[in-house]
Design a protein around this ligand. Structure first.
Ligand code: GAP
Length: 434
């Protein structure tokens, strides 16, 4: 990893803590590895990302319905999905210092990277990445349940419930946002790979002979979404899975990748899952998971095109993409729709009726927008704080405001100011944010 790139992550992590985007979980106890909490700005930003995804995947269409399935599911789900058997990483242990590594991430013919001893590795053993817990008061094997490692299975098992309740015909999709858990062996790169994270997944059910057409469609559609988030298009690319990379269920798969300071990495996976999932649930549950096409008088298992993205990973991507160092300031250049705070209102000075007018303006905006009032310190310092929070617009009440009902609005990116009427602030923000 290049040194200058390392520094970008360090500076971003420090800004994210200072401004209240992301904190280490349980920090007063020394933290817990790879778990993070979202602070006042982070939680707003995460909510914005989820809303933008939901808007694009559900509200702007008539062929996708929403779902919120439970995290704990019948243990047989994970047998059918292949996770009990196959969701494993091969691990080796150093017999000397007891460190554990993923076999594919170290060279076992060399010394242990922790203690430096040679020939101390055990044979590789498979380690399942699902978190286990017990349902009910008895901690025995019959009561083992898993924290879901993906939200997708909640969608597959509800295929008929949603189809019937929403009276859907093929093609149609089911969208879901929710937590997933993986006991990752090597979590890291801040919130890029964690053990608890949130996924935004959509499963699109199609006729088997239309899978390739819909796969192409969703591949394109999802890339467009990242552009709408305002991400630098030069840092986005597709990565097609080669035959040996494909998951056991997939006929074809593309990742959407972003160029992070630590290299190109996946942010989203788009998979043609064929009829694997419904077929397996049919086999394990004994229920008929087929779709009956009453026009063609055919009964068949639909194919599934999946789009799956981590919400936390999208947030990290937006933070990194927005982080800009200029000569005199650090500024987070978020798209207005992603920005945690949409506008700040300042009185130029704390007298002459300016705070009263500024508070009246902000109270008018509350309820429609997340806004922030600040009267502490020089206006220049207040602008800098808002630059680090990524607030796209700052409205300042000055002497002229009291005379003619206008304020200055300062654009975060160009730092240019113009005057607008107080009455127009709401429509100005509405237009800029949408
Ligand atoms: N249902 C398919 C599925 O879960 P995946 O490629 O394992 O596919 C999809 O995960 C997305 O979920 C990834 O592209 C990533 O954005 C996010 N993700 C997966 N594991 C993660 C982790 N440990 N921490 C944060 N995000 C993760």
């Amino acid at each position: 990893m290049a040194k200058s790139k390392d520094k970008t992550m360090d500076k971003l992590v420090s800004l994210a803590k200072r401004r209240g985007f992301i904190f280490q979980s349980s920090e007063i106890y020394g933290g817990i590895n790879s778990c993070y909490d979202y602070g006042p700005l982070g939680v707003e930003m995460k909510k914005n990302i989820k809303e933008l995804w939901w808007k694009s995947m559900v509200y702007e269409r008539d062929d996708v319905e929403g779902l919120d399935a439970s995290i704990l599911m019948h243990p047989k789900v994970w047998e059918a999905s292949g996770h009990v058997e196959g969701f494993t990483d091969p691990m080796v242990d150093c017999k000397q210092c007891k460190s554990r590594f993923r076999e594919d991430q170290i060279d076992t013919s060399k010394p242990c990277p922790v203690c430096g001893n040679r020939d101390t590795f055990t044979e590789a053993r498979n380690f399942n990445l699902m978190f286990k817990t017990f349902m009910g008061p008895l901690e025995e094997s019959a009561n083992v349940v898993f924290l879901r490692p993906e939200t997708a299975q909640g969608i597959f098992v509800n295929f008929h419930n949603v189809r019937e309740a929403a009276r859907k015909r093929l093609p149609f999709g089911i969208a879901q946002i929710g937590k997933a858990f993986r006991n990752e062996i090597t979590p890291g790169n801040y919130i890029f790979r964690t053990r608890e994270f949130e996924q935004m997944e959509m499963q699109y059910f199609v006729r088997p002979d239309e899978d390739e057409k819909w796969f192409e469609y969703w591949k394109q559609k999802r890339m467009d979404w990242y552009r709408r988030l305002g991400l630098n298009p030069e840092k986005l690319r597709y990565h097609e899975h080669g035959k040996n990379e494909l998951a056991h269920y997939a006929k074809a798969a593309f990742d959407i990748e972003y160029e992070f300071p630590f290299g190109w990495n996946e942010i989203e996976g788009i998979h043609n899952r064929t009829d694997f999932d419904l077929g397996r649930h049919k086999e394990f549950s004994g229920k008929d998971m087929q779709f009956f096409d009453d026009q063609a008088k055919e009964r068949f298992l639909p194919y599934i095109i999946e789009t799956s993205v981590g919400c936390d990973r999208t947030l990290l991507t937006c933070l990194i993409d927005a982080y800009t160092e200029e000569e005199e300031r650090v500024v987070m250049k978020f798209a207005p729709a992603v920005a945690p705070v949409k506008a700040a209102v300042f009185p130029l000075v704390k007298r002459d009726g300016m705070p009263e007018l500024a508070k009246k303006i902000i109270n008018d905006l509350r309820g429609n927008f997340r806004v922030f009032y600040d009267e502490a310190g020089s206006v220049g310092r207040r602008y800098r704080r808002m630059d680090e929070a990524g607030t796209p617009f700052c409205f300042t009440v000055d002497t002229e405001s009291l005379e003619n009902g206008t304020v200055t609005v300062r654009d975060r990116d160009s730092m240019e100011q113009q005057r607008i009427a107080i009455d127009e602030i709401k429509s100005f923000l509405n237009e800029k944010i949408s």
